[in-house]
Ligand binder design. Structure first.
Ligand code: 5BU
Length: 258
């Protein structure tokens, strides 16, 4: 049986300010739900986050799928984040050599480092990717999640790769706040386990995505946070569906409290 500390207790143990902040939001809003706002029009994203904002601890973006990107959109997104008290996570999965990811994180048209609280990375290219992201993110008090496992069928991540990623996270807790994963990978209560590939019913899509239920992800597998995209965004009743996911993930976590 997996046992967990409360979000508040875990927050108290954190020296990383971003993790502390996130645990604070999770406790206050009783939410370990992240919504993945995978729309291509900025207005759709803003409408979605205004609806689900009160129920999520974080909104996940793929900024490079937005067709009408503008600085004004970012300004409005940041206003929403403040209004509803959630963090912004850009799911860019940086994976290149250090020098390139540094440019991708800081430059281009998106200037991700100027607005995203949290980003993520694949450490496939070695230590440089993390060192580079840290050079920019650390002084801005940003956080980074490492992709340690994936939800998609046939993904090529091996157990050795996952273990090496966990080690990197544990050694870089000034910047790394946890993992994107499918299973609980570390006993360290200050590292977060966030899991995508979640719907209320187990299943799959037609392009390799695999879904587990919130209960499976949180209470059986011991992860902390669910990341839900289409399960919420494609629902006819976005608000009540978000509430259903929030409650199911939160109740599942509460069952594990020591
Ligand atoms: P869905 O609509 O709930 O299937 O969306 C899942 C989101 O999580 C989507 O934005 C993916 O890019 C993201 N994701 C994922 O599905 N699986 C993974 O292993 C990782 C990210 Br890492």
């Amino acid at each position: 049986q997996i046992k967990k500390l409360s979000f508040t207790e875990r927050g108290k143990l954190c020296t990383n300010q971003m993790t502390k902040k996130l645990f604070g939001i999770m406790e206050e809003k009783k939410s370990n739900l992240v919504v993945s706002a995978d729309f291509t029009q900025s207005q759709q994203i803003l409408e979605l986050v205004d609806k689900v904002g009160p129920h999520v601890c974080m909104v996940k973006t793929h900024i490079d799928i937005v067709e009408d990107f503008s600085q004004d959109f970012i300004t409005k997104l940041l206003q929403m984040a403040q209004k509803h008290k959630f963090l912004l996570f850009e799911d860019r999965k940086y994976a290149d050599i250090g020098n390139t990811v540094k440019l991708q994180y800081n430059n281009g048209i998106y200037h991700v480092s100027s607005w995203a609280d949290i980003i993520n990375a694949h450490c496939i290219s070695g230590l440089g990717v993390l060192a580079a992201l840290k050079q920019i993110g650390l002084e801005k008090n940003k956080g980074c999640l490492l992709v340690a496992e994936m939800s998609s069928t046939g993904n090529m991540i091996t157990a050795e790769y996952t273990a090496a990623t966990v080690k990197l996270a544990e050694e870089n807790k000034d910047f790394v706040i946890g993992f994107i994963c499918q299973n609980r990978l570390s006993d360290d209560p200050t590292l977060l386990h966030l899991t995508p590939g979640v719907q209320l019913k187990k299943g799959s899509d037609d392009l390799g995505q695999q879904y587990l239920t919130p209960e499976e992800v949180i209470s059986k597998r011991g992860n902390d946070v669910i990341i839900v995209g289409r399960g919420i965004t494609q629902s006819a009743d976005v608000i009540n569906t978000a509430i259903a996911y929030k409650q199911s993930a939160y109740n599942a976590y509460c069952q594990l409290l020591q």
